[in-house]
Design a protein around this ligand. Structure first.
Ligand code: FES
Length: 126
């Protein structure tokens, strides 16, 4: 289930993104969205009114971005088939297929590795 609305609390500050921010088309849970480009997946989804990014493995409680800087892991989503991506650490790109992460993550697709196909986030350069 996607929590979306036409109204959002999250809007760019005037002058921060200016006219340079052009929208890109993405998919979230099989729903087409037009979101601001040039920002993180988390910021783009929040700007589009998405507030539920995942559900906890134990209770299924809804979760969404909290820190927006790679520390809390509340923003985990599946991006282009790769689970447990930190939405706040990945730049949104046109055509991305993003899914909310329900409960415990699945294993990465067979043959995928961080070194070749999809680099894992390295929020703190460790
Ligand atoms: S919002 Fe905290 S890690 Fe992404």
């Amino acid at each position: 289930m996607t929590t979306q609305s036409t109204h959002t609390l999250f809007k760019p500050l005037p002058g921060v993104q200016g006219a340079a921010a052009t929208n890109v088309a993405i998919w979230f849970n099989d729903q087409p969205l037009s979101v601001p480009g040039g920002c993180s997946v988390a910021a783009a989804l929040l700007a589009a009114g998405v507030s539920r990014f995942r559900a906890t493995p134990v209770s299924g409680a809804p979760r969404g971005p909290f820190c927006m800087m790679g520390a809390c892991f509340e923003c985990l989503v599946e991006i282009d088939g790769m689970p447990s991506r930190q939405a706040c650490m990945v730049e949104v790109k046109a055509g991305m297929r993003i899914r909310s992460q329900e409960g415990a993550r699945d294993l990465p697709p067979f043959g995928a590795s961080a070194a070749t196909d999809a680099p894992l986030e390295n929020a703190h350069d460790r």
